[in-house]
Design a protein around this ligand. Structure first.
Ligand SMILES: [Zn+2]
Length: 297
């Protein structure tokens, strides 16, 4: 589903040396500190919004990464000359119990861009509208896919407010500046746009079959990933590394699946070396090996 939000811009100015390096990693031509203007944008946070939805706090780091390299446009025009700003860094910040994505963007000075820079400095272009695609929206009460369980956003169940939790970031889109007079600044709540689910889009464009196939694949992928994490935890415990299971879980649950696959292989090798269990069944070890190399292909 696509999620759109309006957020705030903070004026900044000349980039630091580290920022300039990050900018040049994104820019086509190498730029000097005089050529660029830097500002920060507060993107998505983990608070319940007007649509009764919130981003999963755990999803924010991955979503932040997706915003790096995305461009900012003025007046919602998607032509190349209206692309004026580009996000070169994004981080997850925790402040007063709220976790949010703070992004840093740059504008190349000169021409039309100078007007925009002047507006940002003056607090006129204070808000931006950002959009992203999220894979899932789950019910905060029971954890099912929202819409499949009967709980309603905004309703209370045993004193607990139901909201949709947006998970599994898939993509982040361009952001647009929204011209807001400086006076509106005080007490403005962030605005929200349309929210469209991937499933709704599939229905709209007659791609239900593809959607179902993808959904099924994703479910299988999730199962495989869970199995992989369980296996790595089990192997670490077998090797008696001295860390308790909850500690191992905490670390392994955050690791990327690709890294875990390599780690699993290494740990399995170590287990074979250190604990050469004599199998009761002749040939069981060889069989085990064959199955595994077959599986890797
Ligand atoms: Zn529910």
């Amino acid at each position: 589903m696509d999620v759109k939000k309006e957020t705030q811009v903070s004026a900044s100015g000349v980039p630091t040396a580290a920022q300039l390096e990050a900018i040049n990693a994104q820019a086509r031509a190498k730029m000097s500190e005089e050529q660029v203007y830097v500002f920060s944008v507060r993107l998505c946070d983990d608070q319940v919004d007007r649509d009764g939805e919130r981003f999963d706090t755990a999803a924010l780091p991955a979503l932040a990464k997706l915003f790096i390299g995305k461009t900012g446009i003025v007046d919602h025009k998607w032509s190349s000359d209206s692309q004026v700003a580009r996000i070169f860094a994004a981080e997850v910040v925790k402040e007063d119990g709220v976790t949010y994505i703070k992004a840093w963007a740059y504008i190349r000075r000169g021409g039309n861009a100078d007007e925009i820079i002047a507006d940002i400095e003056a607090g006129i272009k204070k808000e931006v509208s950002v959009g992203c695609a999220m894979g899932r929206c789950v019910c905060s009460i029971c954890g099912s896919e929202y819409g499949e369980c009967g709980h309603q956003k905004g309703e209370y169940y045993d004193g607990q407010l139901c909201c949709g939790i947006l998970k599994e970031p898939m993509d982040a889109y361009e952001f647009s500046f929204v011209a807001v007079p400086a006076q509106r600044d005080a007490g403005v709540i962030k605005g929200l746009g349309k929210v469209k689910r991937l499933k709704e889009l599939a229905d709209e464009f007659g791609a239900q079959q593809e959607y179902r196939a993808l959904y099924k694949q994703a479910e299988l992928g999730k199962l495989y990933e869970k199995q992989l994490r369980d296996d790595v935890v089990r192997l670490c415990l077998t090797l008696d590394l001295g860390a308790a299971e909850p500690v191992l879980r905490g670390v392994i649950d955050k690791a990327a699946a690709e890294d875990l696959m390599k780690l699993k292989q290494a740990l399995e090798g170590r287990v074979r070396e250190l604990l050469p269990v004599k199998s009761q069944l002749p040939g069981a070890m060889e069989n085990d090996h064959t199955v595994e190399s077959g599986f890797l292909i």
